[in-house]
Design a protein around this ligand. Structure first.
Ligand code: GDP
Ligand code: MG
Length: 178
């Protein structure tokens, strides 16, 4: 990486949270590397990468963490959430169970392991699959409002709102720490 990439004013850690299969790894790779995979290779452990952006003429380095197929592996949880200032809480708009699990599983998980001040944005992914949708935009928005979260629908496949989702969370963290 170039030298300029190594200088930054802030570094923020952001984690991806949600059921397996909702598209977390593809949101991650779309944002950090502009790549997408139809097939995902289950790997072991944690994956992370970083990307810089500028807000208010400050360079912010966002370190994004992705669980590599071990969403339910509790032993990783404390390492994964430690120091995280932001989270993308992801569900799949075509799989209702992944929406249901937000409340039952993932919000609890965040409450248990993340710091109280963590900024969270709800992300309804796979919005490109219009004909397969089972969770409406309104339901997503209502859930987000009820829990005081940001909200966006994305497609890691066609790139819709992927940058916006990350920029939104980083801006929110910046607002809170600056
Ligand atoms: P993870 O388990 O949450 O990390 O999910 P992955 O990123 O591995 O994605 C699971 C599957 O959904 C893969 O087959 C991806 O190609 C697919 N996928 C991910 N994001 C999208 C999307 O935005 N649209 C569509 N159509 N498929 C997606
Ligand atoms: Mg994954």
């Amino acid at each position: 990486d170039s030298d300029e990439y190594d200088s930054y004013d802030y570094i923020f850690k952001v984690v991806l949270v949600g059921d397996s299969g909702v598209g977390k790894s593809n949101l991650f790779s779309r944002f950090t590397r502009n790549t997408f995979r139809l097939q995902t290779l289950p790997t072991i452990g944690l994956d992370f990468d970083a990307k810089n952006m500028v807000i208010d003429s400050r360079t912010i380095r966002t370190q994004i963490w992705d669980t590599a197929g071990q969403e339910r592996f509790k032993a990783l949880a404390s390492t994964y959430y430690r120091g995280a200032l932001g989270a993308l809480l992801v569900y799949d708009v075509t799989e209702r169970d992944t929406f249901r699990d937000l409340e039952r599983l993932w919000l609890q998980e965040l409450r248990l392991h993340a710091c109280d001040e963590i900024a969270v944005i709800l992300v309804g992914n796979k919005a490109d699959l219009r004909h397969l949708r089972t969770v409406s935009v309104e339901e997503g928005r209502a859930f987000a409002e009820r829990h005081g979260l940001g909200f966006v629908e994305t497609s890691a496949l066609d790139s819709t709102n992927v940058d916006a989702a990350f920029e939104n969370i980083v801006t929110e963290i910046y607002r809170r720490v600056s």
